[in-house]
Design a protein around this ligand. Structure first.
Ligand SMILES: Cc1cc2ncn([C@H]3O[C@H](COP(=O)(O)O)[C@@H](O)[C@H]3O)c2cc1C
Ligand SMILES: O=C(O)c1cccnc1
Length: 339
């Protein structure tokens, strides 16, 4: 171990040695579900969510300590004028989260979710991805290791959010590097880039992927070169959750791009994750389809902060509550189907 935590290559090893689902807990959950006072299959996706909780926690489905973790970072690429808001908004929003004034605070109160903010060296924006790597190997590894700490206080459902002015540009560059196509397929308005701003955003994403093109076959290099601090921390948090048997809810376009890096390195790396919602960012649905997932919600939201994941946490809590709290046919004296 280096002083900064795990060296970069240790993450490659970890990515190839991830624990799988717990078959016994999954069977137990299926057996209990079959006895609950409802027609078989009638809770639809809620039943699948309960099974997913069992498989990835190794226990009977339960959500007692759900947590939203927001990772915040600043991005050198904003110097190109690709987003309408100044980078200072990242820090200002971190203060707003602490004061309880953001959208995510209200959703956390609504669904009784814990909230932790991890601000990542906001005074030190990452390198401008159009002309240099976002992060050094050392910084990237240290930030991933820091992201792994998100679960240190204990949680049994991790909802991942982000805050970082400019990060939909970074996310688009990651998607273009991982999946190809045209920059236009992956670049969207973010907080409201239209006209000249949007044209510059497309041009910068093209330039970044072109500049780094000889190094993008390795997903962790995609992360280091085209990512950002919050993106690296999210990747670390998703990995740590897997190892610690904590299911994960992904949020919007930016969180999905960070997660995609792990999936590109190991196709099963996101099996303990569900996508909370599909955001209004045009490339998000395409990115979710690349992950082979179906979002839980589609509310036309395009905010970030973990808001879509946090709303979906309410559904996951309900799925666990139904599974654990419902009476069986026998307990309730309700007649089961006769054949
Ligand atoms: C006030 C405000 C609150 C936000 N909360 C999340 N974001 C979202 O917008 C940013 C990404 O969009 P872009 O790439 O266009 O800069 C991220 O910080 C994201 O979390 C916000 C943006 C603003 C302005
Ligand atoms: O999809 C998202 O998460 C998103 C969209 C716009 C701005 N920030 C985040």
């Amino acid at each position: 171990m280096s002083v900064t935590g795990l060296p970069f290559d240790d993450f490659r090893v970890l990515l190839q040695n991830l624990p799988g689902p717990d078959a016994r807990a999954l069977v137990a959950a299926r057996e209990r579900d079959a006895q609950l006072t409802k027609p078989a299959g009638s809770l639809g996706r809620l039943e699948e969510i309960a099974f997913w909780l069992a498989a990835w926690t190794g226990r009977a489905p339960a959500v007692n300590r759900p947590l939203v973790a927001i990772f915040a970072g600043n991005h050198g690429v904003t110097r190109h004028g690709i987003t309408p808001y100044p980078s200072s908004v990242t820090q200002q929003m971190v203060e707003n989260f602490a004061a309880g004034g953001a959208a995510i605070n209200q959703i956390c109160v609504t669904h009784d979710l814990g909230l932790k903010i991890f601000d990542l060296a906001l005074d030190y924006p990452t390198g401008d991805i159009a002309t240099e790597a976002a992060l050094s190997e050392r910084d990237c590894a240290a930030t991933m290791a820091f992201g792994m700490e998100a679960i240190a206080g204990g949680t049994d459902l991790l909802c991942i959010g982000e805050m970082g002015i400019g990060n939909t540009t970074v996310a688009a560059a990651i998607n273009l590097a991982l999946y190809g196509g045209d920059a236009e397929d992956w670049v969207g308005p973010g907080t409201g880039s239209h006209g000249e701003l949007l044209a510059r955003k497309v041009a910068v994403v093209k330039q970044a992927v072109e500049f780094h093109r000889d190094h993008l076959s390795d997903p962790l290099e995609v992360l280091r070169r085209l990512g950002g601090r919050e993106i690296a921390a999210i990747a670390g948090a998703i990995l740590a959750a897997r190892v610690e048997k904590i299911p994960v809810l992904l949020d919007g376009y930016v969180v999905t791009a960070a997660a995609s890096i792990l999936k590109s390195a190991n196709p099963s790396a996101l099996d303990h994750c569900l996508v909370g919602h599909v955001s209004g960012e045009p490339g998000h649905l395409r990115a979710i389809e690349k992950l082979g997932k179906t979002p839980l919600l589609a509310l036309g939201m395009r905010l970030g902060e973990g808001t879509g994941a946090a709303l979906a946490a309410g559904i996951v809590k309900a799925a666990a509550a139904c599974h654990s709290g419902m009476a069986t046919f026998e307990q309730a004296g309700v007649s089961n189907k006769s054949n």
